[in-house]
Write a protein that binds this ligand. Sequence first.
Ligand code: GLN
Length: 500
Amino acid sequence: MKWSDLPALNVAELRAALRSRQLSAREVVEALRDRIAEIDPRIDAYLSLDVEDALTQAETVDLDLPLGGVPIAFKDIISVAGQPCTCASKILQNYRAIYDAAVVEKLKAAGAIVFGKTNMDEFAMGSSTENSSVKLTRNPWDLTRVPGGSSGGSAAAVAADEAFAALGTDTGGSVRQPAALSGVVGLKPSYGRVSRFGLVAFASSLDQAGPLTKTVRDAAMILNAIAGADPRDSTCRKESVPDYTANLDRKLRGTRLGLPKEYLTDGIDPQVRRAVNAAVKHFESLGAEIVEVSLPHTEYAVATYYMIASAEASANLARFDGVRYGHRAENPRDLLDLYGRTREEGFGPEVKRRVILGTYVLSAGYYDEYYNRAQKVRKLIRQDFVEAFGKIDALISPTAPEVAFRFGERSTDPLRMYLADVFTIAASLAGICGISLPCGFATSGEGTELPIGLQVLGKPLKEAQILQIAHGYEQSTDWHKRKSPLAKENAERRTPNAQS
Ligand code: GLN
């Protein structure tokens, strides 16, 4: 295999080459390093890279392990011992993690090589990665547009073939939505399926880690490694972990797929609607049965989420006060001045907005009116899914109402940005699992192709089923074979050499 072809491989292909010793782990790390050096100045997906450390891991890795020799990038909210973990925030600018997150530990135990920390919205608050205090990440399909967020660096790196796979976190859509906007696969496991030990907490009743990959099979391979009980995260589920790759090829004949009528309303980009309708037809041609269902409390999901998530964020982020972690204001007059100025200097505007909103909804006098009421609505939203799942195996919908937008187009209007999450947020509130995968392309005004994501939502702990549905769709369509222009550029350059 040629050196420059290597970064285009998916995880399953890479594993085959490593298992048969066609490639060494060192070669893989070096090829990826070169690819990042070439492409990342235009994408800016990575916040930090430790090439030496990755090469050291490559020396000793066991190539017979399930992910032996596969480099994986991590959203910069996931602790990797000794590496920066900034959450793209000034307040953690110089912070280095002191231990490995459970997901890192587990991926290493499965033979993966930790390579690179990716850009994100500050503390995972956002849908475009524009809230990063460090830099903007560009969408590899159109460099004038956002990659989605908050795991935008992870999504863009995979889409540009400068990561084989990456981990992100999803609190209200932050794995699925950037996957949709960047044209890759993104899986949010059920709440509790994957340990959050070592993830910087945003909203603890919602946070979950999940893979961003080039194919559905790759997502299943990574979930195999990261799922499972962990006594260090008390919310982590103890149920045994199936082999998520085992039944991927099972036929979809007879599968009952629900189409929530509230999810195909007027606010959707017509090109997105068209692609999702075509996907529905495609599922029918594969023998699936499509059932219209109702999730009647959908319209309250965004408001409910922003109250609950902000309330939890205001509590979780109280620890960043200049005493233990990261940035500390200079020459404080007293303790209150230290807290106040540290947070004023360290947090960006969106984080401040959430902390203020969260503190407000939790404050005496408003708690019942806002926070408690939001919890009640959350229960109703959860109940909507329970009822729908009584009739069907999984739900399908668009992942996001629109394709990738331009920088600055939404960032001045927080409410508009929040609405980018309408289709992902209810599933987060309900704690169910979901996956986004490419289902077509829209054409922008300037003629660029912009990916569209299809979301498949499943019952709690039924990741195997949504992976199987997504895989069945993917393998009978060609969308996943399309490469972003930046990834293609690499392929085009290879062709003359191949002929020589
Ligand atoms: N975009 C949503 C928010 O800003 C979701 C973020 C996430 O899932 N981390 O809160």
